[in-house]
Design a protein. Structure first.
Length: 238
C-alpha cells in the first residue's frame, strides 16, 4: 500500500523530508491515535496483542500480519485484506468484517461473536474453537474452512456457502438451503430441522404463497435424502 493511500485511509501524518515514517491507526469514533506502526505497509506487520478497539482499518492490507491476541472489538475492517493473517485468539467481537478477505487466515479460538462477516471470503480459514455466536455470516464463503468445535449458536448463515461438514449448503431452485447443527435456513428463514419437516402445505401457502408450495413439493424429497445422508455420515464419524 502506498503512503498517499495510507494518508487518505488512516490519517497517517508522520513524515520527514517527504518520506513516510509510520502509520497512525485511529479510532473510528474519536479520531484519536490508537497505535503508530513504523512502516509504510501493514502487510506482514507484527501487531500481536495490540489494542485496536474501534480502530478504522477499512480496506487495509493486513495480509500475512500477526494479530494474535489483538483486541479488535468493534473495529472497522470492512473490505480489508486479511489473507493468511494470524488472528488466533483475537477479540473481534462486534467487528465489521463485511466483504473482508479472510481466506486461509488463522481465526482459531477467536471471539467473533456479534461480528459482521457478511459476504466475507473465509475459504480455507481456520475457525476451529472460534465463537461465532450471533455473528452475521450471510453470503459468506466457508469453502474448505475448519469449523471444528466452533460455536454457531444463532449465527446468520443465510446464503452462505458451507464447508460440507459443519455447515452444508445447497442451491435448490429459487431457494438457497443451509444446514448447520440442528438448524436449517431456507431462503431468509431459519428454523430447527424438525420444525421444517413438519410444515404442512396450508401453512406454507399462508406464509409464502403457491410458489413456495410447489417448491416444497419438488425439493422436500431431496432435502430429506440429504439430511438422511448427513446423519449417516455423522454416525460413521463417531
Amino acid at each position: 500500500m502506498r503512503y498517499r493511500e495510507v494518508v487518505r485511509r488512516y490519517g497517517a501524518e508522520r513524515a520527514t523530508g517527504g518520506h513516510a515514517k509510520g502509520i497512525e491507526i485511529k479510532s473510528i469514533f474519536t479520531g484519536d491515535v490508537l497505535l503508530t506502526v513504523d512502516s509504510e505497509d501493514l502487510s506482514g506487520a507484527n501487531l500481536s496483542g495490540a489494542n485496536l478497539r474501534w480502530a478504522n482499518l477499512r480496506d487495509a492490507d493486513l495480509s500475512d500480519a500477526n494479530l494474535r491476541y489483538a483486541n479488535l472489538s468493534g473495529a472497522s475492517l470492512s473490505g480489508a485484506n486479511l489473507r493468511d493473517t494470524s488472528l488466533r485468539e483475537a477479540n473481534l467481537r462486534y467487528a465489521d468484517l463485511s466483504g473482508a478477505n479472510l481466506s486461509w487466515a488463522d481465526l482459531s479460538n477467536a471471539n467473533l461473536s456479534n461480528a459482521n462477516l457478511r459476504g466475507a471470503d473465509l475459504r480455507g480459514a481456520d475457525l476451529s474453537d472460534a465463537d461465532l455466536s450471533d455473528a452475521d455470516l450471510s453470503w459468506a464463503d466457508l469453502s474448505d474452512a475448519n469449523l471444528r468445535r466452533a460455536n454457531l449458536n444463532d449465527t446468520n448463515l443465510r446464503g452462505a456457502v458451507g464447508n460440507g461438514r459443519e455447515v452444508s449448503s445447497l442451491q435448490l431452485g429459487r431457494y438457497h438451503v443451509v444446514v448447520a447443527g440442528e438448524q436449517m435456513t431456507i431462503g431468509c428463514r431459519t428454523r430447527p430441522i424438525a420444525d421444517w419437516l413438519e410444515l404442512n402445505e396450508t401453512y406454507i401457502k399462508q406464509v409464502d404463497g403457491n410458489d413456495a408450495v410447489e417448491w416444497a413439493a419438488t425439493w422436500r424429497p431431496v432435502i430429506e435424502a440429504f439430511l438422511t445422508a448427513r446423519e449417516r455420515e455423522a454416525a460413521d464419524a463417531d
